[in-house]
Ligand binder design. Structure first.
Ligand code: DX5
Ligand code: ZN
Length: 220
C-alpha cells in the first residue's frame, strides 16, 4: 500500500455546516485541511482570508494546508501564520523575491511550500529546492474546484521527483486539481505523495467517508 497524505480542500464543503463537514472529514481519516485563499487578481475567484483560517483552527486540530493564490503574498503571510496555518504555499509565478518569502514563512514557524501553475515548467524550481518543504504541482489552472484534471501534469510530477531525488531532505510533492480515484494512481507512481481534493472528498456521491476511502484504495 502506498501511503498518501490527503489534504481535504474545504472549497467544496457546505459552508452552512462547516463544523460538521470538517468532523466528517476527520472521521474519514483525512490528514490535513486544505484552505484555498484567492484574491480575484492572481486568480479569477475570491474566497477566504485569515479570519477563516483562524475559525477552522478552532474547529480542528488537523494541520492547516494554506494555499495562497494571491498577489503580494508577503503582505499577508504573517496574518496567515498567526491564524494557525501549518503549511503556507505561495506561487512561484507572482512572488518575485521568492527566497525571502520562503524564509519569512519559515521564520514564522510554518512550512514553506511552493506551487507551480500548469503553464510553469519544473525547472523554475531549481534555485529554491533546498528551501521548500513541499512542491505543489497544480493539475488544473487555479481558481475553482470541480475542474477537469490536466493529465499532462503527470510528466511534471515525474520531473520534480527526478529533481529532488538527489537532495538530502526531499520535499513532499503535492498535487491539486481534479484528482479522483481514476487519475490518482499514475500521479502517485510519478512521485506525488500528498493529495489535495475538494470534489472527491466533500462532493463524493457516496459521502465524505466513501470518497476518502476511494482515494486511498485506488493506490492500495
Ligand atoms: C483550485 C484549488 C484546489 C481546489 C481543488 O484552484 O487550488 O485546491 O479546491 O478542487 P477539486 O479537487 O474539486 O479540483
Ligand atoms: Zn488548492
Amino acid at each position: 500500500m502506498t501511503e498518501i497524505t490527503i489534504s481535504a480542500s474545504i472549497l467544496s464543503a457546505d459552508f452552512a455546516n462547516l463544523t460538521d463537514q470538517i468532523r466528517q472529514a476527520e472521521s474519514a481519516g483525512v490528514d490535513w485541511i486544505h484552505i484555498d485563499v484567492m484574491d480575484g487578481s492572481f486568480v479569477p475567484n475570491i474566497t477566504m482570508g485569515p479570519f477563516i483560517v483562524e475559525t477552522i483552527h478552532r474547529i480542528t486540530h488537523l494541520p492547516l494546508d494554506v494555499h495562497l493564490m494571491i498577489d503580494n503574498p508577503d503582505r499577508h503571510i504573517e496574518a496567515f501564520a498567526q491564524a494557525g496555518a501549518t503549511n503556507l504555499t505561495v506561487h512561484i509565478e507572482n512572488t518575485p523575491n521568492i527566497h525571502r518569502t520562503l524564509q519569512m514563512i519559515e521564520s514564522l514557524g510554518c512550512h514553506p511550500c511552493i506551487a507551480l501553475n500548469p503553464g510553469t515548467p519544473a525547472n523554475r524550481l531549481e534555485a529554491i529546492l533546498p528551501y521548500v518543504d513541499m512542491i505543489l504541482v497544480m493539475t488544473v489552472n487555479p481558481g475553482f474546484s470541480g475542474q477537469k484534471h490536466i493529465s499532462a501534469m503527470v510528466t511534471k510530477v515525474a520531473q520534480v521527483q527526478a529533481m529532488i531525488s538527489s537532495l538530502d531532505r526531499a520535499p513532499r510533492i503535492e498535487v491539486d486539481g481534479g484528482i479522483n480515484a481514476a487519475n490518482l494512481p499514475v500521479l502517485v507512481k510519478a512521485g506525488a505523495n500528498t493529495i489535495v481534493s475538494a470534489t472527491s472528498v466533500f462532493k463524493y456521491p457516496g459521502g465524505i467517508a466513501a470518497g476518502v476511502q476511494a482515494l486511498r484504495s485506488s493506490v492500495a
